[in-house]
Write a protein that binds this ligand. Structure first.
Ligand code: CMP
Length: 139
């Protein structure tokens, strides 16, 4: 049976702070297989499209500005129960509420600069993975 996938992005602040290696290490240590990986800088239009669901929220413009402010690292992660397990590993959206040992607790500094994004459902994981990776980039 094919394992579930989830999609993650290491956000600009965490990339700038050189936390990519430690975050990837935590992901691998927790049993995820990386089936796609790339570093890129989103345009504002691309960040708006990715976060379209949040359009109209008070934080939308700042979120788009921030997510297009510097390079991000995007990845598809594979594992049984990947979506739920990855959400546990990254912790609460707000790093100050995230449990100790979670990625957001260790590397996040605010709700916006919360180190990583993780898909909230298997359906969105498929949509988000397709947004960043074509078939030739997935292994
Ligand atoms: P992410 O998992 O990438 O999904 C949407 C993002 O919007 C979220 O992480 C946060 O970085 C951001 N976000 C969610 N709620 C707020 C908020 N109340 N204020 C600022 N940013 C938020």
């Amino acid at each position: 049976m094919k394992k579930e996938i989830t999609f993650t992005m290491i956000k600009p602040f965490a990339v700038e702070r050189q936390h990519v290696g430690q975050i990837i290490e935590a992901i691998l240590e927790h049993g995820f297989r990386i089936s796609a990986l790339k570093m890129l800088k989103l345009t504002k239009i691309e960040a708006e499209a990715f976060y379209e669901i949040h359009r109209g929220r008070p934080f939308f413009d700042d979120l788009v500005q921030f997510m297009s402010s510097g390079p991000i690292v995007a990845a598809i992660l594979e594992k049984d129960n990947a979506v739920e397990d990855y959400r546990k590993l990254i912790g609460n959206t707000d790093p100050s509420k995230a449990e100790s040992g979670t990625i957001r607790h260790m590397f996040g500094s605010s709700i916006q600069k919360n180190a990583v994004h993780g898909s909230d459902s298997p359906e969105n994981a498929i949509i988000e993975s397709g947004f960043f990776f074509n078939q030739l980039e997935r292994f």
